[in-house]
Design a protein around this ligand. Structure first.
Ligand SMILES: [Zn+2]
Length: 79
């Protein structure tokens, strides 16, 4: 199914993703979205995994279904 919405961007650069699209992609408040742009298009994709502490998207380690980045893991180990 393809969803098409037309949305006005506000002065702060924000747009609203419609409820039907959020529901279709299981996007919830607090989720991290990856935004890519080229010369013509912007794509927004739900990020697959993020660090539970700092929301980093790269260099993640999975532990019991949760993800943490190496920097946060190092901070935990130091405490
Ligand atoms: Zn982290």
């Amino acid at each position: 199914m393809i969803y098409t919405n037309f949305r006005e961007i506000d002065k702060a650069g924000r747009i609203v993703i419609s409820k039907d699209i959020r529901r279709h992609l299981n996007i919830n408040a607090g989720d991290i979205l990856q935004i890519n742009a080229d010369d013509e298009c912007i794509t927004i994709k739900k990020a697959e995994a993020k660090c539970v502490f700092c929301n980093a998207l790269e260099d993640l380690i999975e532990l019991d279904g949760k993800h943490t980045c190496r920097d946060c893991l190092k901070k935990l180990n130091e405490q």
